[in-house]
Ligand binder design. Structure first.
Ligand SMILES: Nc1ncnc2c1ncn2[C@@H]1O[C@H](COP(=O)(O)OP(=O)(O)OP(=O)(O)O)[C@@H](O)[C@H]1O
Ligand SMILES: [Mg+2]
Length: 251
C-alpha cells in the first residue's frame, strides 16, 4: 500500500490502482488513480491525501478558523492542545471543509475540480488533465500581455462567483490555479473562509485579488487597483449586490 490514506477508496471499490504520484507538497500528496467508472463517473481520478501529521497547525490555522465554531467545543480544545485526538479531529475537519467548499462551488458551476468522494484523510477529485498530460499551474504559463489581462478578468469574475456563495479562497495565487481546456481552474481549498463569519475575510479577499493582479502585471497586463477592486467587491457583497451569472448581461 503506497499511502494508507487511500485505503478507504480502495475498500469502497472507487479506485483500482495508483498510476503515479502527480505532486507532493508540504501538506498533501496528489495521486493519479485508475477509477471505477460506474461508481465515480471517471476512468481516471486524482486522490488528494494529507500527511499523517496534522493537516494544518492549529496556530497557523487560527486566522482561518475564526468564526467557524459557535462555542469552544471539546474538539477545539483538543486541537489547541495538539494531542493525538486533537490532531485527528483537526485533519478530518480540514478535509471535510475542503470537500464541502468544493461541493458548493462545483454545484454552482464554478471552475473547480468536481469533488467525487471523501474520507478522513483525503478525497477523490476530477483529474484536470488527459493521459500523461496534467494541467499546468498558471505560473508555468507564458501568455502575452493581452491574454494575461483576459485571464485575470476571468479569475476576478471567478473570485466574485465564489463570494456569491460566501467563499473566499484565502490562498489564491498562480500556484493554486491550473490551466486546462483554455480556462483557469481554481484548486486547493482547505483554508477557504466564510465571508459572513471570518473577521479577517476582507483582508484575505484583498490578498487573493492582489496576488492574481501581481501575476498579470508581471506578464505586462494592465491591472486594476487590487485593493480598490477587492473593497468594491466586498461592498457589493455586503449590500447583497453581487450579480449571479444568470442575471448578468454578457452582451
Ligand atoms: N484535480 C487536479 N488535477 C490535476 N492536477 C492536480 C489536481 N489537484 C492538484 N493537482 C496538482 O497537484 C498540485 C498540488 O495540489 P494542491 O495545491 O491541491 O495541494 P497543496 O496542498 O497545495 O500542496 P502543496 O503543499 O504543494 O502546496 C497542484 O499544483 C497540481 O499540480
Ligand atoms: Mg496548492
Amino acid at each position: 500500500m503506497l499511502d494508507p490514506a487511500l485505503e478507504p477508496f480502495f475498500d469502497e471499490g472507487l479506485i483500482h490502482d495508483v498510476i503515479r504520484p502527480l505532486a507532493s507538497g508540504k501538506e498533501a500528496m496528489i495521486w493519479l488513480c485508475r477509477a471505477n467508472r460506474r461508481l465515480t463517473g471517471e476512468d481516471v481520478v486524482v486522490a488528494k491525501t494529507y500527511r499523517n501529521t496534522q493537516v494544518r497547525d492549529f496556530a497557523d490555522g487560527a486566522a482561518y478558523l475564526d468564526g467557524r465554531f459557535r462555542k469552544v467545543t471539546s474538539q477545539v480544545r483538543a486541537m489547541e492542545k495538539k494531542n493525538k485526538p486533537g490532531r485527528e479531529f483537526s485533519q478530518t475537519f480540514w478535509v471535510a471543509h475542503e470537500f464541502a467548499t468544493l461541493s458548493t462551488l462545483h454545484e454552482t458551476g464554478c471552475p473547480v475540480p468536481r469533488p467525487i468522494a471523501s474520507a478522513d484523510r483525503g478525497m477523490l477529485l476530477q483529474y484536470l488533465g488527459e493521459g500523461d498530460t496534467s494541467a499546468p499551474q498558471l505560473r508555468e504559463l507564458k501568455p502575452g500581455a493581452e491574454e494575461a489581462g483576459e485571464i485575470l478578468a476571468v479569475l476576478l469574475r471567478t473570485i466574485e462567483r465564489f463570494l456569491l456563495r460566501d467563499v473566499i479562497h484565502a490562498d489564491l495565487s498562480a500556484y493554486n490555479v491550473l490551466w486546462w481546456e483554455d480556462q483557469p481552474w481554481v484548486i486547493d481549498f482547505p483554508q477557504a473562509v466564510d465571508a459572513r463569519f471570518n473577521s479577517s475575510a476582507q483582508q484575505f479577499l484583498r490578498r487573493d485579488v492582489l496576488r492574481l493582479c501581481e501575476w498579470a502585471a508581471k506578464r505586462g497586463a494592465e491591472t486594476p487597483d487590487a485593493t480598490r477592486f477587492a473593497d468594491d467587491l466586498w461592498t457589493s457583497w455586503e449590500f447583497a449586490a453581487l450579480v449571479p451569472d444568470e442575471l448578468r448581461d454578457f452582451s
